[in-house]
Design a protein around this ligand. Structure first.
Ligand code: IPE
Ligand code: IPE
Ligand code: MG
Length: 258
């Protein structure tokens, strides 16, 4: 892969002509578990089980490469539409993962956080998640953020509701409201205030859509589509995505000086 010497300066206005370098924040739509399994004659859930291995490998590798944040789309607000047996197995795998990974997260100094409507998840998932978040809260290496029961439109609707209530109570000046207030509200609701902006979104299994993921945050993010399914997406595939990102020139609507 390309040399990844310094963190890219991605703030609006940070125009420069050199390549983007190493992204600070990468998000992944982990797709294709079912197809991976079905192509091998297995039940779909085997794909989810195998996908956990990729989560482990990619998290460890991303931390070692120096990413500040990795955000993984693990369950969408639309995924409840799947058969109950599949949803139940996904929740089981999640709970298991959140316990099993504790040593690995501690050893690699990774802080675990989550976004999404966590309060609608089964209680055992919520409890295990809270415990793992608390255990890893003081780790200062990479942040691993799991998007669980996450949907971007819902996230924006929740933020709009809070802002409307604040406006009705006179706590904010509607006339002066700008994208910063919305951004602050999204950060306060679901992310840490020091969250780096999203630089790169990777989607596996060749699909080219957002599927209601990080609509706001992706406004200037770069997109990389990997043809392999999530269970096949390992270290080399991550490095290929980072190298692709590293060659991009980001101008944020401005012009790059040559
Ligand atoms: C991604 O794989 C995992 C989740 C959405 C939870 P899929 O289960 O969507 O796999 P495909 O897209 O059906 O192959
Ligand atoms: C997106 O994948 C959700 C997750 C990866 C958790 P889906 O497989 O659910 O998305 P669609 O249905 O193909 O758009
Ligand atoms: Mg899918």
């Amino acid at each position: 892969m390309r040399p990844v010497s310094t963190h890219a300066e991605t703030a609006q206005g940070g125009l420069r002509s050199e390549p983007a370098g190493l992204p600070r924040h990468v998000a992944i739509i982990m797709d294709g578990n079912g197809r991976w399994a079905q192509a091998r004659g297995f039940a779909r859930v085997r794909g989810h089980e195998h996908g956990v291995e990729s989560v482990r490998a990619i998290t460890r590798h991303a931390a070692r490469l120096g990413l500040e944040q990795l955000t993984l789309f693990a369950f969408s607000t639309e995924n409840w539409r799947r058969p109950e047996t599949e949803v139940d197995r996904l929740m089981e795998l999640l709970t298991h993962y959140l316990v099993e990974e504790r040593d690995e997260l501690m050893e690699n100094d990774i802080r675990l956080t989550a976004i999404g409507r966590i309060e609608e998840l089964p209680e055992d998932v919520q409890r295990t998640l809270a415990e793992t978040e608390a255990l890893t809260a003081d780790n200062s290496g990479m942040t691993l953020c799991l998007a669980l029961n996450y949907g971007a439109r819902g996230e924006l609707a929740d933020a709009a509701r809070t802002l409307a209530l604040d406006a009705a109570a006179g706590r904010i000046d509607v006339a002066a409201m700008s994208s910063e207030e919305i951004e602050r509200e999204l950060d306060a609701r679901t992310y840490q205030p020091d969250m780096p902006p999203l630089d790169l979104l990777v989607r596996t299994a060749g699909e080219q859509r957002l599927s209601n993921f990080l609509l706001w945050q992706m406004s200037y993010g770069e997109f990389h589509v990997a043809d392999v399914t999530w269970p096949e997406f390992r270290e080399a595939a991550l490095e290929a995505a980072l190298a692709d990102y590293g060659s991009r020139k980001r101008s944020f609507g401005g012009l790059l000086s040559s």
